[in-house]
Design a protein around this ligand. Structure first.
Ligand code: SF4
Ligand code: SF4
Length: 141
């Protein structure tokens, strides 16, 4: 098993697949590719390519990608493609309509709202359509 550790750490539970990290990475060290549309995506960080600039961690809206305190290890160029962090980010499912959806992590809600209570968490566990329906029904009907 690959035991390489890089200074960039990734938490797939917090990732909303926005691709901001891919866009801001000057080294092209991050790749997100579709495995199955609206089901799962591969997320790869090439540590030999990473310059540890911190852009990805700074711009990630959810805190899914961070600079860890683990020292990066240099690896031979021949191991460039094995010195990686590889994860599969999977879609969740709307509890109401059962359509696939990207889960909204609590860290994202905490950035957007002053208070994150159970009602808000429950609302954001729904897909965007069911969320709109729920909010409309509550305010108008
Ligand atoms: S720290 Fe910089 S170079 Fe490394 S993966 Fe993040 S954005 Fe790319
Ligand atoms: S790690 Fe952050 S910036 Fe990158 S795709 Fe996931 S949520 Fe977006």
């Amino acid at each position: 098993m690959n035991t390489y550790k890089g200074k960039v750490a990734f938490d797939k539970e917090q990732c909303v697949l926005c691709q901001t990290c891919v866009f801001v990475c000057p080294a092209g060290a991050i790749n997100i590719s579709c495995v199955a549309p609206q089901q799962s995506y591969d997320f790869i960080i090439w540590h030999n390519t990473c310059t540890l600039c911190g852009n990805c961690a700074y711009f990630c809206p959810t805190g899914a990608i961070t600079l860890s305190s683990t020292l990066a290890e240099t690896t031979p160029q021949s191991e460039k493609y094995t010195s990686i962090t590889a994860n599969t980010v999977e879609y969740g499912e709307c509890p109401k309509c059962h359509e696939p959806m990207i889960n909204v992590p609590k860290t994202l809600l905490q950035k957007g709202f002053a208070t994150v209570n159970e009602e808000l968490t429950t609302l954001f566990s729904l897909c965007p359509k069911c969320r709109r329906d729920h909010t409309f029904a509550k305010r108008v009907l």
